[in-house]
Structures are given as C-alpha cells and as structure tokens.
Ligand binder design. Structure first.
Ligand code: SF4
Length: 370
C-alpha cells in the first residue's frame, strides 16, 4: 500500500469525489463549478495528473495536487499476442504487480482486470492460487487498470473498451471493500453499463448476496468446475466453507433479484471432472438459476500433470447440456503465446467463445453478454 497520505481521487465514488472536491474548493474560496471541471478531467479525459487540468488556474492545479493524488498504475510490460490479445503487467505505487488483459473480437473489446495481487483461494487448477496472496487492491487500483488500458487501447487503434470482466488475479468478492465501490465508479463515473461488467467468483456467498442486493444489473460468473460437493472440494477449497447447497441458494437470490445474468464457468480437466455422468447434475444446477454454461478446456499449469478434456468429450458435454435445455458455449484460450491465460487468467477465462453448435462466435464472454 502507498505511504502517501493524500486521498486518491480514483478510489472515490462519484458522490464522495464531489463531496471531497466541493469541500476542497470551497475552503479555497473557489467557485462551485471547479468540482465539475475536475470530474470531467477524471471521467471523460482520463487525466492522470492534476497538471493536465489546464482549465483550472495554475495555483488551483498545484493546490489540488497537494491535497489529492491520482494513483494510476504504471505499465511495467506490455505483450501483444498474435491473436491481438494484449497483456499489461501493472506496477502499483508500492511495487506490487498485477495483470490486466485486453481481448479484442470483431464486435467488442473486453478488458479483464485484477482485484487482488495474488489470491488466497488456492484453487488447485490455477497458477495464481499456487502463487499465494500478496494484498488487496484499492478501488482506485482496480479502476486505474481500466483507465490506463482505455488510454492504451485508444492510442494503439484498439477502439473503445466495451466490456469489463473481473476475472484477472484474485477473488473479487473476497475484496468487497474495494470491488463494490469500484463497480460504482466504473458504472456511474466512467459510464460503463452494468450489464457490460461481469464479476467472477469461486463462490463467496456473502459477496453474491451483496451483489444481488445492488440495484444495478452487474453480471455474475460462478467458477463452478464441478456439480457435486465432494468433487468440487478437490478443485475449489472454498467449497468447504460455502458448499454447493448454500451456494445455489445464494445464486437463486441473485437470479430472483431480476435482470441479473449468471454464467457457470466449467474448466474441463481430463479424467477429473469430465465424466458424462456429471452432465445431468450440471444441467439441473444451471436450469435452477437460468445459468449460461461456459465449457473451458483446462489450460495446463506447471504444478500439475492434468490435461484438458478431449475435444470430443467437451463437445459431448455441450451437446448433452443443450439437449437438456441449457445454453452452453465451448471456449478457446486467447493470448496463449503471451501467456495471457495466466494467474486467474488461467483459472478463469480469457477465452474465445465458439458456440457448441460450431458457429464461430469469437467473443471472450458469452454471446448474450452483449
Ligand atoms: S481460480 Fe480465481 S479464486 Fe481460485 S485461486 Fe485462481 S485466482 Fe484465486
């Protein structure tokens, strides 16, 4: 964390930002419209420093910079994949490193962001899980990945970011103190539609309920990976704390909140969770909460000799699920050559959708996420 005591403007919700700026400018005898000027610099022009706010008098820029900071992450490395996927490694104020990934397709540009440096969840199929937990990110550090990526995308001909997925490093709902305000900031401040923002989780029930209670229609992606408690425990240790029955009740509450979509992520590991006997149970869970199912071939990690399920087995799962009335997609890993599918980016998504039927639908998130 930063030793800089100045409040970070990027971490404030728009309401808090307005309040803090109004107090600051009124204390300096400045007109009220100064607050709106700074808001525009932050949310529309993505100013990374108060020095850029050139319609403020110089003395006000200096005073603002003394009172507040804008703690945007700095790009340590940028890697571009042959398929256009771009991975940024960001250095935060205290030197912690996190990744975000831009995934372009013909119809959209999705940004996958991190919510923690490392992860404490220890999922056995995930490289970040093996690496352990470093620290929580602040709301500003989460939002900062979006701002810096948006600027990079603009400067490099990638166009506008259309979707944001919290599927980078970390378990977002284990950092609700920062993730919840970051959702507000992205939605209200930067005007990213709630339906274009997906929060992924391995099943943090209190977080799912908190998200269900919010009025906005943020999307939820549950890393399910197994439709039965015993098997799921081997993949997702959190299952011991929030077992499937409790988790399904939370998802029902989320579904009942109306207009909120759920996706099940199911990483397919050969001989581990791809027994056809599991399909009916998976379909039953999906139908209960109207979940869209993404089948993801396991992306090998260094610490396990697991292999992905065969394409035939994955296609079989997809076909059967569809026949049982479940919407399903099979996905391909994006950015393999730059190891973009690492960390939770390995464990979760960063994938290209190919519909189970075989139609090419090159999207990193389900087609119905548009
Ligand atoms: S899959 Fe997600 S929650 Fe599990 S260890 Fe990896 S980053 Fe953490």
């Amino acid at each position: 964390m930063s030793s800089d005591a100045r409040p970070d403007l990027l971490s404030m919700t728009p309401t808090d930002l307005r309040g803090a700026l109004a107090a600051h400018f009124s204390g300096r005898g400045q007109p009220r419209y100064r607050t709106g000027q700074v808001e525009r610099w932050l949310y529309e022009r993505l100013a990374a420093s108060t020095d850029e706010m050139t319609d403020l008098p110089e003395a006000e820029r200096t005073a603002l910079g003394r009172a507040f900071r804008i703690a945007e992450p700095v790009a340590q490395t940028v890697q571009r994949s042959a398929d256009g996927t771009v991975k940024h490694l960001w250095r935060l104020e205290d030197g912690a490193l996190v990744e975000s990934v831009l995934i372009p397709t013909s119809r959209r540009l999705t940004l996958c962001i991190s919510s923690q440096a490392g992860c404490a969840m220890g999922c056995t199929f995930c490289a970040t899980g093996w690496g352990g937990f470093d620290r929580q990110l602040t709301a500003g550090e989460i939002v900062g990945q979006y701002r810096a990526s948006r600027r990079w995308a603009d400067e490099n001909g990638y166009g506008a970011i259309s979707n944001i997925v919290y599927m980078g490093m970390g378990e977002p709902l284990a950092n609700r103190k920062a993730v919840m305000p970051s959702l507000t900031i992205l939605n209200e401040g930067y005007e990213v539609g709630a339906r274009r923002i997906t929060v992924s989780t391995v099943g943090v029930v209190p977080g799912i309920l908190e998200l269900a209670a919010r009025p906005e229609q943020f999307r939820l992606a549950l890393s399910l990976h197994a439709p039965e408690t015993e098997l799921r425990r081997q993949l997702v240790p959190l299952e011991k704390r929030h077992a499937l029955p409790e988790l399904m009740e939370a998802l029902e509450a989320f579904d009942a909140a109306g207009g909120k979509r759920i996706t099940f992520e199911y990483t397919m590991i050969r001989g581990v969770n791809d027994d056809p006997a599991l399909i009916a149970r998976l379909a039953e869970l999906a139908r209960r909460v109207q979940a869209f199912v993404n089948l993801i071939p396991f992306n090998p990690i260094p610490y396990r000799d697991w292999r992905p399920s065969t394409p035939e087995r994955i296609a079989h799962f997809a076909r059967e699920l569809e026949e049982m009335g479940v919407s399903v997609a099979v996905r391909e890993t994006r950015g393999r050559d730059i190891d973009a599918a690492c960390g939770q980016l390995r464990g979760h998504t960063l994938v290209q959708v190919a519909r189970a039927s075989g139609d090419p639908a090159p999207d990193p998130v389900p087609a119905d996420f548009a």
